[in-house]
Structure formats: C-alpha cells, structure tokens
Write a protein that binds this ligand. Structure first.
Ligand SMILES: Nc1nc(=O)c2c([nH]1)NC[C@@H]1CN(c3ccc(C(=O)N[C@@H](CCC(=O)O)C(=O)O)cc3)CN21
Ligand SMILES: CC(C)C(=O)C(=O)O
Ligand SMILES: [Mg+2]
Length: 277
C-alpha cells in the first residue's frame, strides 16, 4: 500500500492513478486493477445517493461508505472527502477527520479550499492526519461559483490559484487535486509546487489523474467534457438483465444444473407416507 510520504515522492517519477469508489464491489475492482489511490469522494451524493449536488452529503454518509470501501480494498491507499460544513474551523475539522481516520481506517482526508483553510490544514497535519488539497472547481462551492464552471480563467484568478497551491504545498499536503481548470494553468501549478497534482478536467500536464468511478466505466447517464468512459458497463448491465428476463419468461432459466435434486428413494418415501395418512 502506498503511503502519504511515498505519494509526495512519486512526483516526477511516473503518473499517479486515482479513482473514486463508494462501495465494496467498486473498491474490490479498483484494488484488483492496481489503482494507486481510492478516493471516497463526496460525489457519492450524486453517483450513489441520487442528490443533485454534494451539498446534502453528511459525515455519517462518508463514514458508512468509506468503511465499505476499506473492507473491499484493505491494501489500497484510501483518501476520504470531508463533506460540506464538516471542517469550517480547527475543532470541527479535527473531530470530523478523527472519526474518519478511526472509524474507516482511511489513510488521509481531502478538503476543498486554499489559503482560507490553512489553519485547518495545519491543525490536521499537526495531529498526524495526512491532508490532500482540492482547488479550482470545488463542488462544495457550487452555489457561490454559480454552477460547475471552469475556474482560473482570468489573470487574477490564476494568480490566486497558484498562491493557494503553493501555500498548501508548503504547509505539507500530500497532494492537491486540481479540478476544472485550463490545461496550461494546471501545468504551471504542477511545475511550481513540490506536492504532486492530481488532475480532473485539468489537462495532461499534472502528476496524476482522478476520475469518478461511474464516469470512468460508463455507468453515468451523462458525462462532463473531461471524462472518458473506458468501458460500457451501464449497457452491459442492461443487456444482462434483459437476457435474464427473457430466460425466465421463455423458461430456459433455471436449468437442471442450476437446480437442487432429491434421490428417487426419498421422494417415494414421502409420496408413500402421504398416501398412507
Ligand atoms: N459523475 C460525476 N462526475 C464528476 O466529475 C463530478 C461529480 N459527479 N460530482 C461532483 C463533481 C461535479 N463535477 C462537475 C459537474 C459538471 C461539470 C460540467 O458540466 N462542466 C461543463 C463545463 C462548464 C463550463 O464550461 O464552465 C462541461 O461541459 O463539462 C463539471 C464538473 C465534477 N464532479
Ligand atoms: C472528483 C473528485 C476529485 C472528488 O472530489 C469527488 O469525487 O468527490
Ligand atoms: Mg469531492
């Protein structure tokens, strides 16, 4: 299993692979595919709980799903998102992250934000909790961003992002997720900080990539522009269920080998006993 210090030292050696996962089966397949890091993202609110944003996701939701993921992937580095309003000051953040570390055996937590959350980042790292940053399109700010819009598109916004990334890196985060920013901005940030950058909608010139599990495997009904479906699992599942349904209706399922059998002698005993009663 990758550790937080190893994650930081992977920068410049080879690209780092991340995927989100929200349950046991997803965790098992991520581990079997040798993905470096599993992120239990608060995107579970959308992919798994059916909400329209990550805002309704609670710490209890994250605890339950991260515990499932850990049981499915005991040997893969697991990072867990701190959800909306669970890290707005040092005390709240320590209590939230403490529960995640102790109850799910996570290897670290991820927080959205830059210079404004440095005191929280310091407090967590002080208590030996590895921290991952998340800058650019930060979905917990959907209401103040005015939607899921590409960020860092003006000179001043780029400067702000670079300073946020430098500050997080200097304060010791193990990596920074860069989401929904222009490719050359992500490349510049990557070249100017020591922490590895993990991109999602941030172009190729970053230290690693992360995708939402459902987007990566073709389970989502719609996709952001940056996501590529590397499989067509939604259609495979529909085809499988249609085939099952057809086989039940035309009585080709279950067959003899899929049924349990009783020896003739025992069956005759049962019939005899009924007739004699
Ligand atoms: N399934 C899924 N995939 C994700 O990548 C994801 C989630 N859910 N939920 C949490 C956040 C929300 N994310 C999103 C959601 C929508 C867009 C989107 O529609 N973007 C527009 C570009 C908008 C612009 O031009 O500024 C697009 O066309 O891709 C982007 C990121 C990324 N995260
Ligand atoms: C998209 C990734 C970076 C995330 O934060 C999530 O899945 O919640
Ligand atoms: Mg998230």
């Amino acid at each position: 299993m990758l550790t937080a210090p190893q994650l930081r030292s992977l920068k410049g050696t080879r690209p780092i692979t991340w995927i989100t996962a929200y349950d046991v089966v997803q965790a098992q397949v991520a581990e079997e595919a040798a993905i470096d890091v599993i992120l239990v993202g608060d995107s579970l609110g959308m992919t798994t709980l059916g909400y329209e944003s990550t805002i309704p996701v609670t710490l209890d939701d994250m605890l339950r799903h991260a515990a499932m993921v850990r049981r499915g992937a005991p040997h893969t580095m697991m990072i867990v998102d701190l959800p909306y309003l669970t890290y707005y000051n040092k005390d709240i953040a320590l209590a939230s992250a403490g529960r995640i570390m102790q109850q799910t055996l996570a290897n670290g937590v991820k927080l959205e934000g830059g210079q404004a959350i440095l005191p929280v980042v310091d407090a967590l790292i002080q208590e030996k909790i590895p921290v991952i940053g998340h800058l650019g399109l930060t979905p917990q700010s959907v209401h103040t961003m005015g939607g899921y819009k590409v960020q860092a598109k003006s000179s001043s916004a780029i400067e702000e992002l670079v300073q946020d990334a430098q500050a997080l890196s200097e304060h010791g985060v193990s990596a920074i997720v860069l989401e929904g920013i222009p490719d050359r901005v992500a490349a510049y940030v990557t070249a100017h900080i020591e922490a590895p950058t993990i991109g999602i909608g941030a172009g190729p010139d970053v230290d690693g990539q992360v995708l939402v599990f459902h987007d990566c495997l073709g389970l989502s009904s719609s996709l952001p522009k940056f996501a590529r479906p590397f499989a067509d699992i939604r259609h495979a599942m529909i085809a499988g269920l249609q085939s099952y349904r057809d086989s039940v209706i035309n009585r080709t399922f279950p067959q003899d080998a899929e049924s349990y059998h009783l020896p003739d002698s025992e069956w005759e005993k049962f019939i005899q006993a009924r007739e004699n009663s």
